[in-house]
Design a protein around this ligand. Structure first.
Ligand code: PAF
Length: 292
């Protein structure tokens, strides 16, 4: 007997605080667990994997789509960041989301807004040093979204390693009762980490951008083969990226995976973090390195 696959019902779209609270309240009342996937839209397979993970672990799945102005610097891509609303809503529905919170800037930051969250020590290094104010914007919007959705679990990609660590730290220190779940980075078959910003790359730039994942593979193989000289590994990481024409390396470091502090010698759990510019597009990637 053939089985008919039913198309998923479209998700409920909530644009105001009253609407999102009303749509969640029924789930809460009957004790359903809530999984939450915060996004800025322009959804790709990496986001779909987060929504599907939430679907498999929670009764009600909420996705937020909000291009958050406070995490963009004045010369960054806030205006041109892609906003394919109808396509994103369809992707959410197909991946199993029940509710999509789609607020406007006025809903999240009404005129006169002045409360911000900062995670000292983690906000101003690496990505934070290059993008001043970025993590203050991320921490603020995620705190606000957490307080609105009151989810049991929230799902983030490992692709933004520093972001997930900052959110995890902030959630613990602010006693927010939402468990932060970090999910593996999804990659295209050529090894490129999936990112909404990959859409900005020309085919040639994309080819050059592969040097990030190649550099990470190189040091992961070296560590696996027994190399423990952190400075040597770090040098190789940067040299491998810089050898590609048209790449401007922002950083290539190997740091403590739990704290992002600099290392002089190998520790059991490290992370290699890389960031580089290809043309006008910034790419980041990472690889956790565990000593056997
Ligand atoms: O990773 C992102 O898409 C954003 O930084 C987040 C977590 C949704 C906050 O705006």
């Amino acid at each position: 007997m053939t089985q008919r696959i039913q198309p998923s019902p479209p998700p409920v779209v909530a644009e105001t605080l009253a609407e999102i609270r009303a749509s969640i309240v029924d789930s809460r009342k009957v004790g359903k667990s809530i999984g939450f996937v915060p996004t800025m839209g322009a959804l790709h397979a990496g986001h779909v994997s987060l929504i599907e993970r939430a679907r498999s672990e929670c009764d009600t799945v909420v996705v937020s789509i909000f291009v958050n102005p406070t995490q963009f610097g004045p010369n960054e891509d806030f205006q041109r960041y892609p906003r394919p609303r109808e396509l994103d809503l369809k992707i959410c529905g197909d991946a199993g989301a029940d509710i999509v919170f789609y607020p406007s800037v006025d809903v999240m930051y009404p005129v006169g807004y002045r409360t911000f969250v900062e995670v000292q020590g983690l906000s101003d290094i690496l990505e934070g040093a290059i993008r001043p104010g970025h993590f203050r914007g991320v921490a603020t919007v995620v705190t606000k979204l957490f307080m609105i959705v009151l989810a049991d679990r929230a799902y983030f990609g490992q692709k933004d390693y520093q972001q997930q660590l900052l959110i995890r730290t902030m959630t613990t220190e602010l006693n927010i009762p939402t468990a932060v779940v970090t999910c593996p980075t999804l990659r295209d078959p050529d090894g490129m980490a999936m990112s909404s910003r990959n859409a900005y790359l020309s085919p040639e730039e994309r080819q050059r951008g592969l040097c990030l994942s190649k550099a990470l593979n190189l040091v992961a193989n070296q560590v696996e083969a027994g190399e423990r000289d952190i400075l040597k590994l770090q040098r190789q990481l940067c040299e491998q990226m810089a050898a590609t024409t048209g790449i401007s390396v922002d950083y290539g470091v190997i740091v403590d995976a739990r704290t992002l502090s600099e290392l002089t010698e190998a520790v059991p759990e490290m992370v290699a973090l890389v960031a580089a510019r290809v043309g006008t597009t910034r790419l980041i990637d990472n690889r956790v390195l565990r000593l056997a």
